[in-house]
Design a protein around this ligand. Structure first.
Ligand code: NDP
Length: 335
């Protein structure tokens, strides 16, 4: 069973040599356990936080252990009555080809139906990133039809689901993304009303001017995935009683400082700014997944994926995700 371990911690930016590819035997199944063969591994920004031993929104990953990660695959062998060989499942199998899972552990392994939703989407639009978009939009921003909402990292796994959910609620949806290709895709394919290229608008003044043009009625909700001057620029354009769902600050994950320049604007605009971690809100998952699955089945949410081939490509693909080299949900195909 090929596996990728966290071998040593990054000093500053993460590098490929922080990871180690090893071969390990697959343990024999005990009663209640299930052997899963992974088809896809999900790469997600939170994994960068786990590589450090300092405080992050995700717990630190011990050295020498298999990198944690979401997986979809097929049950190969089962000693649990609820799972049969051939069942398609989503779980947290980690950066390896096979995992042995306790079939009784709550939430560790879930059967999925691929009639209307491709298997890989259970790691993206109809999985953790989709529920993340749903929680921030529905529970924090809680928009009314006609309001303007903005999301950064707009073409990624979370951003693309956010657009479909916000359009379904009648909002004006504005994205922020890196480069002309991603911005064109956001408006042509994902349903954004406008998308701002932060590589062109690369400072506070230029970004706040671009936001003024893209949001003529101001900003009522912001879904923050990136941090830094983008948040400052949004605060300058926010309407009274605007809401900010603080979901991620990827621009700072590899050690870069991200100071907020003018928090007084939170007071001046009487804003609500709320951080959240999706895994602490398991109660909303069924409702969120049902809506997201419905949007996919109706063809209203068909986000793009970037698929790296083979387990050995995972470290390089992961480092690329932290630099915006992915276009849509980043996956690794294992078989
Ligand atoms: P994406 O698929 O959006 O991939 C990450 C994207 O972030 C890149 O494609 C890139 O897009 C953008 N990016 C990377 N580095 C920078 C940078 N320095 N400055 C600006 N943009 C950058 O990832 P996800 O959709 O999976 O995650 C999006 C955010 O949501 C992350 O911040 C993540 O940590 C957070 N998250 C939080 C959760 C929670 O529970 N709070 C749960 C899940 C995700 P571009 O090329 O457009 O810049």
């Amino acid at each position: 069973n090929p596996q990728i371990l966290l071998d040593n911690r990054p000093v500053g930016e993460a590098v490929v040599s922080n990871f180690k590819l090893v071969e390990a035997p697959t343990p024999a199944l005990q009663d209640g356990q299930v052997l899963v063969r992974h088809h896809y591994l999900s790469l997600d920004p939170y994994m960068r936080g786990r590589m450090n031993d300092s405080k992050s929104y995700a717990a630190s990953q011990p050295l020498g252990e298999v990198m944690l990660g979401g997986t979809v695959g097929v049950v190969e062998e089962s000693r649990h009555p609820k799972f049969q060989p051939g069942d398609q499942v989503v779980g947290m199998g980690g950066w390896q080809h096979y995992s042995v899972v306790d079939g009784n552990a709550p939430g560790m392994l879930r059967k999925v139906d691929t009639t209307h939703v491709p298997l890989s989407y259970y790691l993206g639009a109809v999985g953790m990133p989709g529920v993340t978009a749903w929680y921030g939009l529905v529970k924090i921003i809680n928009p009314k039809a006609g309001e303007t909402v903005v999301v950064s990292a707009a073409t990624g796994a979370v951003g693309s689901a956010f657009a479909a959910l916000a359009k379904a609620r009648g909002c004006r949806v504005v994205g922020i993304a890196g480069g002309p290709e991603k911005c064109a895709y956001a408006t042509n394919e994902l349903g954004f009303d406008a998308c701002i290229d932060y590589k062109v608008h690369s400072d506070l003044k230029s970004m706040s001017k671009a936001l003024k043009e893209a949001c003529p009625d101001g900003i009522d909700g912001y879904f923050e995935n990136v941090g830094g001057y983008l948040l400052d620029a949004v605060l300058l354009r926010a309407n009274a009683f605007a809401r900010v769902a603080v979901c991620g600050m990827i621009a700072g994950y590899d050690g870069q400082p991200l100071p907020l320049q003018n928090p007084a604007l939170i007071l001046i605009n009487r804003m609500k700014v709320e951080g959240f971690i999706v895994s602490e809100h398991m109660e909303v998952w069924p409702e969120a997944l049902a809506e997201l699955g419905g949007l996919v089945a109706q063809g209203k949410l068909r986000p793009r994926e970037t698929v790296a081939q083979g387990l050995a490509s995972a470290p390089e693909a992961f480092l690329g995700l932290l630099k915006g080299k992915n276009f849509g949900k980043q996956l690794v195909k294992l078989i």
